[in-house]
Write a protein that binds this ligand. Structure first.
Ligand code: HEM
Length: 487
């Protein structure tokens, strides 16, 4: 009754719930995309629900994405939401443990390091890591076998990303200490830690120890690189950050370089490893696409399949579309949140969102809306070709070329206003790792297709469900597939 009686007409409709603090936490948490769709059908694009006692207003669709993700600094704030979770894991003075202006400078340093020259050097590094993983890993030794794909992809992702972005000195430490330490850091990166980040729980103590130890390993490597120079000419991110200087003339201190390294690896690890797992599961579900991918490489690069180079990736449009299409359906970040700082009128509605609310953007909703993507539940990489019957309007109309760009302090980024497809976010907090993730994923897929045929264990075309219990959605485990070596 109170939900009806005390309703403020200027606030969006509230999703009905029985219990005050719990609200819709459980229905939301079990399947966020379904929760968003059901309530959008009931209430329209803007509605509010209770998430752990907090009034959380969802705004979906391209206009909702724009409203939240391009919100002004005086109106919306990310660090207030994320810092309890990220600061114990990343460390002090970086990302959300500093004013937004400093994060914008840090993102600029990271982005500048990701040049074409750097990508050119990364492709052979990533390809080499994937090949050696397939050669050395005992589970891939037999001619055919069954593997739990997310476990393998998690390792391949961390080996490739650490080697490319952090250099060979860091990569060599992953086989010993760093893998276990990152595992403990990961334990601090779960939804339960939004509430219990401060508690002296065993996994929080492990997290704090792991953070200190990883940071000190990085700082030792930084000191060593500063003192002795680099053994090789590497284009890694660590080297670039070590030589960056803030606008006020202060060089980036070593502890900040170390903490940014942790942040980058954590940000990239979960999203890329979830995405590559989904790609492999989709290929097992659609073995004919895997053959098409191999044929594409043979046609574009030659039947002897020479070692992959950065320039080759642009010659493989289906290989690129696999990633685009997988991120459309399986974007690892389903909810993006901001604290509201000022009353915010929602354009085109009578609603005003008060500062007591949290805003939640869910770009996945428009990415699976038939209004923009015909036949949205079909995983169809060919839909990204303009003449496909499933081609989205953004491809058919060429609207991608006309995107509005804006500079929030870390170089021009697309505003994403009006785009139904934003797996990398938009605005001030937009991903700087998009290009790296694409290079990494395209290289991993191209190498995997050369080495294996995949199929579902039971020969069906089924797909495993999604695990929403961690912060980044990913396949439920175990997610087993059958491989056959091509030799
Ligand atoms: C931000 C997605 C890979 C580094 C974001 C955001 C999204 C996203 C949606 C916006 C978050 C927000 O607005 O709160 C993805 C996906 C990836 C990926 C889908 C892979 C498939 C990477 C990689 C790196 C990275 C590989 C590092 C090399 C970052 C950073 C931010 C970010 C530094 C900025 C956070 C901020 O400004 O608040 N990413 N990302 N990401 N991502 Fe990624």
């Amino acid at each position: 009754l109170s939900q009806i009686l005390f309703k403020n007409p200027n606030e969006p409709p509230m999703v009905f719930h029985w219990f005050p603090f719990i609200g819709s936490t459980v229905t939301y948490g079990m399947d966020p995309p379904r929760f968003f769709k059901e309530n959008r059908d009931k209430f329209g694009d803007t509605f509010t629900f209770i998430l752990l006692g907090k009034k959380t207003t969802v705004a979906v669709g391209p206009a909702g994405n724009d409203f939240i993700l391009n919100g002004k600094l005086k109106d919306v704030n990310a660090e207030e939401i994320y810092t309890v979770l990220t600061t114990p894991v990343f460390g002090k003075d970086v990302v959300y443990d500093c004013p937004n202006a400093k994060l914008m400078e840090q993102k600029k340093f990271m982005k500048i390091a990701l040049t074409t020259e750097a990508f050119r050097s990364y492709v052979p590094i990533i390809a080499g890591e994937v090949q050696s993983y397939f050669k050395k890993n005992a589970d891939f030794k037999p001619k055919t076998g069954i593997i739990d794909i997310p476990k393998k992809m998690a390792e391949i992702t961390i080996f490739t990303a650490s080697h490319a972005l952090q250099g060979s000195a860091v990569r060599s430490r992953f086989d010993e200490t760093l893998a276990a330490l990152y595992h403990d850091l990961d334990m601090g990166f779960t939804p339960i830690n939004f509430m219990l980040h401060w508690a002296p729980l065993p996994w929080n103590r492990k997290r704090d120890y792991a953070q200190r130890t990883v940071a000190s390993i990085y700082m030792d490597i930084i000191k060593d690189r500063r003192a002795n120079g680099d053994a090789h000419e590497e284009h890694d991110m660590m080297k670039h950050l070590m030589n960056s200087t803030y606008k006020n003339g202060t060089p980036v201190p070593d502890h900040e370089v170390a903490h940014m390294m942790i942040a980058l690896l954590m940000a990239g690890q979960h999203s890329s490893s979830s995405t590559s797992s989904w790609i492999m599961l989709r290929l097992a579900q659609n073995p004919e696409i895997m053959e098409e991918l191999l044929q594409e490489q043979i046609n574009a690069l030659g039947a002897d399949l020479p070692p992959l180079q950065y320039e080759d990736l642009a010659k493989l449009p289906l290989n690129q579309a696999i990633i685009k299409e997988t991120l459309r359906i399986h974007a690892p970040i389903h909810s993006i949140m901001r604290a509201v700082k000022q009353p915010m009128p929602v354009p085109g509605t009578k609603y005003v969102i008060p500062p007591s609310h949290v805003l939640l953007a869910a770009p996945g909703v428009s990415a699976s809306d038939p209004q923009y993507f015909p036949n949205p539940d079909a995983w169809d990489p060919h839909r990204w070709e303009a003449d496909s019957p499933n081609a989205p309007s953004i491809v058919r109309n060429g609207a991608v070329e006309e995107e509005e760009k804006i500079d929030y302090g870390y170089g021009l980024v697309s505003k994403g206003a009006g785009s139904p497809y934003l797996p990398f976010g938009a605005g001030r907090h937009r991903c700087i790792g998009e290009q790296f993730a694409n290079v990494q994923l395209q290289t991993i897929v191209a190498e995997t297709v050369r080495a294996f045929k995949f199929s579902n264990v039971d020969g069906s075309r089924n797909l495993i469900g999604t695990d929403y219990a961690s912060l980044f959605s990913r396949p439920l485990e175990p997610a087993k597939i059958r491989y056959e070596r091509r030799d």
